[in-house]
Design a protein around this ligand. Structure first.
Ligand SMILES: Nc1nc2c(c(=O)[nH]1)N=C([C@H](O)[C@H](O)COP(=O)(O)OP(=O)(O)OP(=O)(O)O)CN2
Length: 364
């Protein structure tokens, strides 16, 4: 069984001020203001990037950090003309032109940002929260989701910034589209809402898609976070679900040169994200039960969590790619619906192994 070619992800933060000015923009953004920005870059790097096996993601991190640090505690307009999130992303794309960048995410607030493709197509996203109760009517007796319970759901709307006529969408436009749905969903019981009698994450994501896409043709993906660790993405055709788990492991980059701190035994808390895709089960209203995904992953989790991975030959390189490859191959043997695995260290540096054309990045 084969794994997938790795994409590396690096994340950097910077604090900066800016002033924006374009027609249709919320006038308050024209005032001098500031943000704690997060920039994440996904790149396809050659095996020898980083100078030693396992060093690629760290090399990417260094490059992103070097450029982000030139913006830190600065006035962005001095460096980037009209420093919108999208233009910051384009600037970073140009700075990293020597790398094979597949996607850049720029987040100016915890609830909004942009994503930029390899060809510099821009997507806006905004995250909304609503408070709702639900119960899944078709689950087997004793399943915890058969009881009435509730969540602080989160929804991310992802839309292309420009339509075919060049009309530019703003985050405020997303807010306007979301507002009528918020009043239907927030502080309600989902089962009482027409179309949501079986309110799984999958059904909710396609329900939101159906409500919004006719008036918002730029909509590309709807993400529903049922809890902080699981949810569904719908793009109008296909469902993808994800389930996150953290593992706390000891590692060592055994190919790193002497003097590199990672050559020593150290450790990290890694977030392992399992991505799956399957047709919707029309009775259950889901693709695969998150609980079943957790059960299938459990032996793999136990073999990684609170373990000395450096003692095992498959983790000799000590990096997130070796952990990802291991998880992907083990999970594939158990579950044909697994489409990808992402493993991120606590600093947002990690590896994505995915069979699918690159889907949207989940915001931090
Ligand atoms: N594919 C789906 N599976 C499940 C859904 C769903 O909508 N789609 N929903 C549920 C439950 O409603 C439940 O609330 C989610 O539970 P769970 O997967 O256990 O998620 P947690 O975050 O609570 O899990 P922990 O990892 O234990 O924190 C079930 N399945």
């Amino acid at each position: 069984m084969k794994s997938y070619p790795p994409l590396f992800r690096a994340t950097s933060r910077f604090e900066a001020a800016r002033q924006l000015d374009f027609p249709g923009l919320n006038p308050s953004l024209g005032a001098l203001h500031g943000h704690g920005f997060i920039v994440s870059v996904l790149a396809d790097l050659p095996e020898d990037a980083g100078g030693y096996p396992g060093g690629q993601a760290l090399q990417l991190q260094q490059s992103v950090q070097d450029h982000a640090s030139t913006l830190d505690y600065g006035f962005l307009n001095d460096t980037i003309a009209d420093p919108t999130d999208a233009n910051i992303g384009r600037w970073m794309h140009d700075k990293l032109a020597q790398l094979n960048v597949k996607r850049i995410l720029v987040q100016s607030t915890p609830a909004s940002g942009v994503e930029i493709d390899a060809d510099k197509t821009v997507f806006l996203w905004r995250k909304y929260r609503f408070h709702a109760a639900h119960q899944l009517p078709n689950v087997p007796a004793g399943h915890k989701c058969g009881r009435m319970h509730g969540h602080g759901f989160q929804v991310v709307l992802h839309a292309q910034e420009q339509d075919h006529q060049g009309v530019r969408l703003t985050h405020d436009d997303l807010d306007t589209c979301w507002a009528p749905l918020a009043s239907q969903l927030d502080y309600h019981c989902l089962n009482d809402i027409p179309g949501l009698s079986n309110p799984t994450s999958e059904i909710l994501s396609s329900w939101i898609w159906d409500k919004l896409s006719p008036a918002l043709p730029q909509l590309k993906w709807v993400m529903v976070y049922e809890t902080a660790s699981c949810g569904s993405i719908f793009d109008g055709k296909q469902y993808r679900i994800w389930k996150d788990t953290t593992i706390d492991s000891a590692v060592q980059f055994q190919c790193a040169p002497a003097g590199d701190p990672r050559a020593a035994i150290h450790g990290d808390t890694y977030t392992v994200r399992l991505m799956l895709s399957a047709p919707l089960d029309s009775k259950m209203g889901w693709t695969i039960d998150f609980g079943d995904v957790k059960t299938l992953f459990d032996p793999i989790f136990k073999s990684l969590d609170h373990q000395a991975l450096y003692e095992r030959v498959e983790f000799r390189e000590g990096d997130t790619t070796s952990i990802g490859n291991y998880v992907l191959l083990q999970m594939k043997a158990e579950c044909p619906h697994i489409t990808g695995v992402q493993v991120m260290g606590s600093d947002g540096v990690g590896t994505i192994l995915d069979s699918n054309s690159l889907g949207p990045g989940l915001p931090d």
